[in-house]
Ligand binder design. Structure first.
Ligand code: BES
Ligand code: ZN
Ligand code: ZN
Length: 505
């Protein structure tokens, strides 16, 4: 790639925020005047009351997400001061802080700051645990300071620094370090998903996974080629990949640290990585088809999660199974009406080649079962129907275990990535029965997320705890881009939180 994505770093500092030498000092301001925090009061005093002045004029109302730029003017160590609104103190939670830090970090990119001091989280120190504040701050800085520009030609007008450093005022080093690992992993997932399909195809995705695994201890990666997949009868993977000159790959990552407790479950993370989904013979309409380069968001989320889990050295055994193929139309493509024997031996009648994700995922889930996973979680940009149901902000969770579904929703709430439960029971399965095979790959017009979930449930069975995350909405949505489309690496933060909770039991 011509450019490297801007390198984000984070550290803590105990230096007085008024004295710290920085390109940009970020402070958090509550909208209720009687709740102004300590840091902001101190900076305001040093600046000669300018913060109060912009509030008094009404130019800055300190509403959640709002920002205003002021200048240090030699009165403090910072060249600029960014006021970020935290809204009413009573309502201010970690999501409000995330929003504020994210917009501050994108402002930092805009002004080409190399060094940014964040003193916003400190204002919430009496409401939340310092660890949670620092982790949320750092993860949001990584999110906001990201721009997918690895293919843009830089010249003197648009060149940018190679790195930006965030200094978390009064932060805890351990939390900042954990947040950085998760933030980095999420950025990586994001870049993989944003990278166009001519540059990122199953083979190159496998190389990226291999390279990552090599750099981290206790993590190994093996990749199955098309020939191996054929020999081992991964029928779903082969069927979907056969129409493309870029052959499919099954990427198998194994994280196996030495210090795992006997009662900690073995976890399987299965990800859909269709590097381009044209729909195949049931071809998609041309408008918006380019977005389907991100149909590997589930696979990217699982790669990012396993990277974060391994870098955090969490004591748990994890299998990462990434099912990667390119869904293309051609003379060797799978046709509507064809019957495929999947890896599990269940036969599936293809009625629509655009319902390809569930075909590759059924092989991946069966493979996870063979590896004796106690819990299997799959993530996929699986259905447009899930986006219709929940929009861009929530992912759907379908599961054979209510407790597991709740644990995922809870991890989502804590980490800032949201999930909502959807059903996937027998009613939906009825619609997936075929006259010529065990199953067919589409249901009726209605409830498409749930029929897809019921289909996958057949491969997980009922003896293993399984959850399916349909991330089609938040997996392809990035509000920081002009078009609104792009990857935010959705899933990495929530799943890392979920895995961390598993190790605590
Ligand atoms: N990758 C798509 C799902 C998708 C659609 C994600 C829109 C994000 C935005 C998936 O492979 C697909 O095409 N699903 C079909 C299923 C249908 C044929 C049963 C869909 O949702 O239309
Ligand atoms: Zn499709
Ligand atoms: Zn797809």
């Amino acid at each position: 790639m011509p450019n490297k994505i801007i390198n984000v770093k984070a550290r803590t500092s105990k230096v007085d925020v008024n004295k710290i030498k920085t390109d940009l000092l970020v402070v958090g301001v509550f909208s209720d005047s009687n709740s102004r925090g300590k840091a902001v009061e101190g900076v305001d005093k040093a600046l000669g009351g300018w913060i109060k002045k912009v509030i008094k004029t009404g130019d800055f109302k300190a509403e959640a997400g709002e920002t205003t730029l002021l200048y240090g003017d030699g009165k403090i160590g910072a060249v600029r001061v960014l006021l970020t609104g935290l809204g009413k103190k009573k309502k201010a939670d970690l999501d409000v802080l995330r929003k504020a830090v994210k917009s501050a970090a994108s402002k930092a990119l805009e002004i080409k700051a190399k060094n940014v001091c964040i003193a916003a989280g400190v204002e919430l120190a009496d409401k939340f645990d310092r660890d949670d504040i620092d982790k949320a701050t750092v993860e949001s800085a990584f999110l906001g300071a990201y721009k997918y520009d690895e293919l843009i030609t830089f010249d003197k007008d648009n060149k940018r620094p190679g790195s930006v450093e965030f200094i978390i005022a009064g932060g805890k080093a351990s939390a900042v370090s954990a947040g950085s690992k998760i933030g980095k992993a999420q950025q990586w997932a994001r870049t993989l998903a944003n990278r166009p399909a001519n540059l990122l195809y199953p083979g190159s995705l496998a190389s990226e996974a291999r390279k990552m695994a090599k750099s981290i201890s206790n993590l190994s990666c093996s990749v199955m080629s098309e020939k191996q997949l054929k020999d081992k009868k991964f029928g779903g993977m082969i069927a979907i990949g056969q129409g493309s000159k870029n052959p499919p790959r099954l990427i198998h990552l194994k994280y196996s640290p030495g210090n795992v407790k006997a009662k900690t479950p073995v976890l399987g993370l299965v990800g859909k990585a269709i590097t381009f989904d044209s729909g195949g013979i049931s071809i998609k309409p041309s408008s918006g088809m380019h977005e389907m380069k991100m149909d590997m968001g589930g696979g990217a989320a699982m790669l990012g999660t396993i990277r974060a889990v391994a870098e955090l050295k969490l004591p748990i055994k994890v299998h990462g199974i990434i099912c990667s193929a390119e869904n293309m139309p051609g003379s060797s493509s799978i046709r509507p009406g064809d019957v495929v024997t999947t890896y599990s031996k269940k036969t599936v009648e293809i009625q629509n080649t655009d319902a390809e994700g569930r075909m590759v995922m059924s092989d991946g889930i069966h493979f996870a079962k063979e590896h004796k996973c106690d819990i299997i979680i799959d993530a996929a940009t699986l259905t447009g129907a899930c986006v219709v149901a929940l929009g861009k902000y929530y992912a759907g969770v379908m599961s054979n275990d209510d407790e597991l579904s709740e644990q995922i929703c809870e991890a989502g709430k804590v980490s800032g990535e949201k999930f909502w439960p959807l059903p996937c029971g027998d009613e939906y399965l009825e619609e997936m029965k075929s006259e010529v095979a065990d199953l067919k790959n589409i249901g009726s017009r209605w409830g498409g997320a749930c029929t897809a979930g019921a289909f996958l449930r057949q491969f997980a069975g009922e003896d293993v705890k399984w959850a399916h995350l349909d991330i089609a909405g938040p997996g392809m949505y990035d509000p920081s881009t002009k078009s609104g489309f792009g990857s935010q690496g959705f899933g990495v933060r929530a799943l890392t939180e979920f895995v961390k909770n598993l190790t605590k039991k």
